[in-house]
Design a protein around this ligand. Structure first.
Ligand code: B4P
Length: 182
């Protein structure tokens, strides 16, 4: 069974929803960079204020900040883990590779959740988070195509990529994922 996993997919594909299930059933550490950044914002720190403005525009937060968060959680963690929403661009992927080499914890699997764009927009509009207005959603989808989608060929060329159909009932998708991970 794969124990060191990256979850890839566009905003609203269900990375958070499916990561929580898999982390729980397989006893993996679930690290959502989106959740960790929202916690910074909620704490109201100077860093949180800066992060809030970036997230509300639908842009990506700085690589240095996100990497520092991931490093602090993975260093010293001996078991398996699941990264949800990280890496988001090639620079983050390269820095993650370096960090994992340093920690002696190589990545085993990159799971790509695939969902058509109009379904993504509908899901995010009904979720209704503060960064889920239609204009911001469209911006996040554009940022995904420009910056995150290149990770698909990056992980495919390393033989680590598996694709999952992200359309359908949450339980059915969880079963598809379980069959790929085990
Ligand atoms: P994230 O928190 O990662 O959120 P997301 O990509 O929008 O959503 P996700 O794919 O997890 O979908 P979810 O399960 O919630 O990022 C938010 C922001 O944080 C980014 O825009 C960026 O600014 C910043 N950020 C995060 N990581 C970063 C990084 N590494 N570098 C820089 N910046 C970073 O599902 C969406 C909705 O669909 C939910 O309402 C859910 O209930 C529903 N849903 C799920 N599965 C469904 C299904 N099968 N059918 C119908 N609905 C479903």
């Amino acid at each position: 069974m794969s124990k060191r996993i990256v979850f890839l997919g566009p905003p609203g594909a269900g990375k958070g929803t499916q990561s929580q299930r898999l982390a729980c059933s397989a006893a993996l550490l679930h690290l959502s960079t989106g959740d960790l950044l929202r916690a910074e914002v909620a704490a109201g720190s100077a860093l949180g204020q800066e992060t809030k403005a970036v997230m509300e525009r639908g842009e990506l937060v700085s690589d240095a900040l996100v990497l520092a968060i991931v490093r602090s959680r993975l260093a010293g963690h001996g078991g398996g883990w699941l990264l949800d929403g990280f890496p988001r661009n090639l620079s983050q992927a390269n820095q993650l590779n370096g960090l994992l080499a340093e920690l002696g914890q190589p990545l085993e699997l990159a799971l790509l959740l695939e969902v058509p764009e109009e379904e993504l927009v509908q899901r995010l509009l009904s979720r209704g988070r503060s960064d889920d207005s239609e204009a911001v959603i469209r911006r996040r989808l554009a940022v995904y195509s420009e910056q995150t989608a290149p990770l698909i060929s990056h992980y495919a060329s390393r033989g680590l990529l598996k694709r999952v159909d992200g359309l359908g009932e949450v339980d059915a998708i969880a079963e598809r994922i379980a069959s790929l991970v085990c």
